[in-house]
Write a protein that binds this ligand. Sequence first.
Ligand SMILES: [Fe+2]
Ligand SMILES: [Fe+2]
Length: 339
Amino acid sequence: MITDLSLNSRINDVFLLKNKEFKVRRDKKTIDMFFKIADKTGEIEAINWDVSMDKVDELRSIQFAHIQGYITRQKDDGSLQATISSIVKAAPLDLDYTDYLPQSKENLDELMKKLWLKIKSIENSYLRTLLKAFFDDPQFAEKFKRAPAATKVHQPYIGGLLEHTLSVVTICEVICNIYKEIDRDFLITMAILHDIGKVREYAYDKVIEHTDEGKLLGHIALGLEMIDQKIKNIKGFPQDLELMVKHTILSHHGHFEFGSPKLPSILAAIALHYADEMEAKISGFINIKEESKDFKEKWSKWVWWLERPIYLDEEIILKNKIEEIEGDKDDPFNSQGSN
Ligand SMILES: [Fe+2]
Ligand SMILES: [Fe+2]
């Protein structure tokens, strides 16, 4: 597995090849292949020097390959780089794709049960019927359970969408407790449905990647289409409620430049947008900290979607402060606490 590799390790196994780039050297003849080798535990930068011209098309098309080489470099930030000597396309029958798909650490069946409790808590019969129209369909429920929340940034793994959705629902419940003006049924329904288009935006059977319709339409348009189809089959679904549902889907990214064609114009829509943004940003932040845990540096690499690096010493400082307090026997607060 990728996480078992260290400097000078020999590599001799099947990996997923990602981010392939072929660069021609200054001599205008020699081509080097820069890529990443990956499995469900992570990914490592790899270089295959001096690739022959007639191999480039073949290598470009390979997704899974038997790789041989060595880990030849450890960068200052702790990340590893491999030099690869052999790439042979792996036979599909020899592959267990679950070895290459990153997975949620949560029990997804348990999370689905939690989601069902939320669906059953919806009292508005039109909204509950709309939710059930999706989740009573076993094929949709299975796709939703396994979908990633993204290909990068936040929860980019199997089960990520379910984790993200439940967290957004939980944040929305807190919002409803604070702001009694918000209709709980509507906000929770929309929290559950807001990203359903992602089951079509991403493919996640072999590798996690965008589908063609994901690239061309995106999950906001796809979600709107899916909801439109379901509402058409619910007899008597109120037209003004339908508009509010669709508006909340369209506006949930909150800004035109983030793909929303409409800005949130109803109370529940603005609440959902901030709940969604908060969940995605915090989860993405945690993801960077997780990826940077072997870094020797105080600061992470530049994070493109935050437009900043992040400070990695937060936990060490807070832990030291707690130990300082616990170690101080003369602290009157501490002696009181031990009585
Ligand atoms: Fe979204
Ligand atoms: Fe979301």
